[in-house]
Design a binder for this molecule. Structure first.
Ligand SMILES: Cc1ncc(COP(=O)(O)O)c(C=O)c1O
Length: 372
């Protein structure tokens, strides 16, 4: 099938790349891999990515919301799933019944979850979150052993894991992560000393997985790097890691306009001579940011987006590609012939990070899966 015959704009997700990236982290860490598939797998499509990751050797899935966990269960995925953050109490019972592991950081939560677990007739599997320096969620390190003890004592809850999250593992300076890593290690040692170490101790996100072997513990939580995207410019990926996502559209109309024609809303661009202008059916409602200076690929060449990005369409200046014609595939992210526009390049143009670029791909953009 030629996608341009069916869709105005679409994303191609290479599940072979996801699988290869998971295998890389399995092999290099020799640890269990938790595939972080929250936010619709960073825009790549939760269930297909999760399935590919599990088939490639991942043993856990991680999400951010109750709905995301249940969507994976409904897709038939039986692997362990952890909700990494807050879950509203109204959802606990259904999640416990679905065998979804939950994150806790306070005594009140533990007590209430134990009640929910008893009512569900199945213990709630809990991971205790320790705040070692992200200052987002988590108990104070010095309180962690007391909470661990509480979980172990109560009927209706099971102490499955303990974890922390790095705030700056992707940066050049190792000192902040050293400090977090040391704080967490002390907690883990205290638990070991007291005979309370749970089966799953974890700390590393992608950057930690790439750089901090001492923080690999029992499993690594790999998100951005599983998609073949770098955690930051200061934390590049090994060459074997491949990006999984390409974002494409096609030329819907090509025309030559005389000098003096204003293009798109506000006429912020006006032709200065006869100019070939292409119209592409992708816009800000697809997740293509409404800023100046966007660039796309046509026939393997970079062409500038001109005039304002509209909700569903953009215009490009095609003078550099005289042979361009209606139906040509346009690449917004990805490779075309010798040229490539990475999610990182787009992120820099948009003043953001690659995470936001792919997770901002709108639901109306169909995801097409290639590879195993
Ligand atoms: C708690 C937690 N662990 C792991 C990850 C994965 O991070 P990354 O995508 O940088 O690998 C995230 C993502 O934000 C997270 O919130």
């Amino acid at each position: 099938m030629q996608p341009q015959m069916h869709y105005a704009t679409w994303a191609e997700v290479d599940l072979g790349a996801i699988a290869g990236n998971v295998r890389f982290f399995r092999k290099t860490t020799q640890r269990a891999v938790m595939a972080v598939v929250k936010a619709n797998a960073y825009g790549h499509g939760a269930a297909p990515v999760a399935r590919a990751a599990l088939e490639a050797g991942a043993s856990w899935l991680a999400v951010a919301r109750a709905g995301e966990a249940l969507e994976l269960r409904e897709a038939g995925l039986a692997a362990p799933i952890l909700i990494l953050g807050y879950t509203s109490p109204a959802r606990w019972m259904e999640l416990i019944r679905a065998g979804v592991s939950l994150t806790v950081w306070s005594e009140a939560q533990i007590v209430e979850m134990a009640a929910a677990g008893r009512q569900a007739g199945k213990p709630a599997h809990l991971h205790l979150k320790v705040d070692t320096g992200m200052s987002r969620l988590g108990t104070k390190p010095e309180q962690a052993p007391l909470l661990a003890e509480k979980i172990r004592k109560l009927e209706g809850v099971l102490f499955e894991g303990i974890f922390t999250h790095f705030a700056r593992a992707d940066e050049a300076d190792p000192a902040p992560t050293d400090a977090q890593s040391t704080r967490f290690r002390k907690v883990v040692e205290a638990l070991e000393h007291a005979g309370m170490r749970p089966p799953w101790v974890h700390a590393s996100n992608s950057a930690g997985t790439l750089r901090r072997p001492e923080a690999w513990y029992d499993l690594v939580r790999v998100g951005i790097a599983m998609y073949g995207l770098e955690p930051s410019r200061a934390c590049p990926l090994p060459e074997t890691i491949r990006p999984a996502l390409a974002w494409k559209s096609s030329l819907a109309m090509v025309k030559t306009l005389p000098p003096g024609r204003g293009i798109s809303y506000g006429h912020v661009y006006t032709t200065t001579r006869d100019e070939r202008i292409g119209t592409i059916p992708v816009g800000y409602a697809d997740g293509f940011r409404r800023i100046e200076g966007n660039v796309v690929l046509v026939r393997g060449r970079r062409v500038p987006v001109i005039g304002r990005v509209t909700m569903d369409q953009i215009m490009v200046q095609l003078d550099g590609v005289p042979e361009a014609q209606v139906g040509d595939v346009v690449v917004l992210i990805g490779r075309q012939q010798e040229e490539c526009i990475s999610a990182e390049e787009v992120a820099e143009r948009w003043g953001t990070i690659n995470y936001e670029v792919t997770s901002g791909l709108a639901a109306r953009v169909p995801r097409l899966y290639i590879g195993p």
